[in-house]
Ligand binder design. Structure first.
Ligand code: 5AD
Ligand code: FES
Length: 351
């Protein structure tokens, strides 16, 4: 690693912060040695706070009907060849039931963006889940909604919300989204979520079309200052029915490098090794954990709909039952010296 990169790495490790230019240089001039150095420091920091525990969250993909048209996403409304579905309340509750029996204590309800008039249905669902399992955390990942809607859902009992910012550069944001979506509204949503007391997750795709190291440096600076409790990053993977079908996928190597940087910036952050990372590399999720990630989000959706929730091509685990995935993950994680934890695994403010 060159001397400048060594200095930046040392500063990041000591101060948990760099200038935006510093982040950019750390990305541009990275090499294997720099990656190994940051990964080692990231793993040490994570071990000090969370030991060798990797938290599991049960992901329930509640529907793929979406009013949005993000250019990268396989369930965008313009995709006529996407077979749409919506799970009923009973189906969602029984997925959570099965998850609970398997030991899950956090459920993530993820789905396409629904119309604004769905507050009552969603609140009733959250209430039902919290009544059935008061010991479980309910996380929502349902896209942009009004502040009032976020507030009602919070009052219904939702604990956490995941909304990736996607890119911290307004111009880049426009290249990834249709004109009716705006960077400003995305940021408004994230501020509202935090303000309403949600444990909040932001994040972005690595290698999304037109992305440069300068954009990534902005993403890192945004994450450093926003201080989310959770942060989801994974490689961009093209979906054949989108305008980005022919774009190259993001790299596992850069994703892992950024995971290490994010761990060093925010030592306590809950950081998943994503399904997209597992899709790009046979051992992608293990590599993510070994770079500083500490969360896995196996799928609890009914196997019958899993192939329909296709944000990108070749998504893994669409044929496996929830119990199979948990066994598979357990042996993978144990093999690299970590333990799965099924606890709620809330954000820890103190080290
Ligand atoms: N490749 C990788 N990730 C994607 N997402 C959406 N489409 C893709 C894709 N083609 C991510 C977005 C979104 C999250 C739910 O999935 O970042 O916020
Ligand atoms: Fe699903 Fe390995 S985690 S099959």
């Amino acid at each position: 690693m060159n001397e400048e990169v060594k200095k930046l790495a040392d500063r990041l490790i000591a101060e948990h912060s760099l200038t935006e230019e510093g982040y950019e240089q750390l990305i541009r001039e990275r090499d294997e040695e720099a990656a190994a150095c940051l990964a080692e420091a990231a793993v040490n920091v994570r071990r000090r706070i969370y030991g060798n525990k990797v938290y599991v969250r049960g992901l329930i993909e509640i529907g793929n009907i979406c009013k949005n048209d993000c250019l990268y996403c396989g369930i965008r409304r313009s995709n006529r060849n996407c077979e749409r579905y919506r799970l009923t309340g009973d189906e969602i509750v029984s997925c959570a039931e099965e998850g609970y029996r398997l030991g899950f204590r956090t459920f993530v309800l993820q789905g396409g963006e629904l119309p604004a008039d769905t507050d009552e249905i969603l609140c009733a669902l959250v209430r039902r889940l919290k009544e059935a399992h008061p010991d479980c955390a309910v996380t929502l990942s349902l896209g942009e909604r009004s502040r009032e809607s976020y507030q009602k859902l919070r009052e219904a009992g939702a604990d956490r919300y995941l909304l990736r910012h996607e890119t911290a550069d307004p111009e880049h944001y426009k290249m990834l989204h249709p004109t009716e979506m705006s960077f400003e509204n995305r940021m408004r949503c994230l501020r509202d979520l935090k303000d309403l007391g949600y444990q909040t997750g932001c994040g972005f795709m690595v290698g999304s079309p037109y992305q440069t190291p300068a954009h990534l440096a902005k993403d890192l600076k945004f994450i450093e200052t926003f201080r989310p409790e959770m942060c989801g990053i994974g490689p961009f993977i093209p979906h054949h029915e989108t305008p980005f079908a022919k774009e190259p996928a993001g790299s596992v190597e850069l994703t892992c490098y950024l995971l290490s940087i994010i761990r060093l910036m925010l030592p306590n952050v809950l950081l998943p090794a994503t399904t997209a990372l597992g899709t790009m590399h046979q051992r992608g999720r293990e590599l993510g954990i070994l770079s500083g990630a500490n969360v896995l989000m196996p799928n609890l959706s009914p196997v019958s709909v899993r192939k329909q929730y296709e944000l990108y091509d070749n998504k893994i685990c669409t044929g496996e039952e929830s119990a199979q995935c948990i066994r598979c993950l357990e042996s993978r994680i144990n093999a690299i010296g970590y333990e799965l934890s099924m606890e709620r695994g809330d954000f820890r403010k103190e080290a």
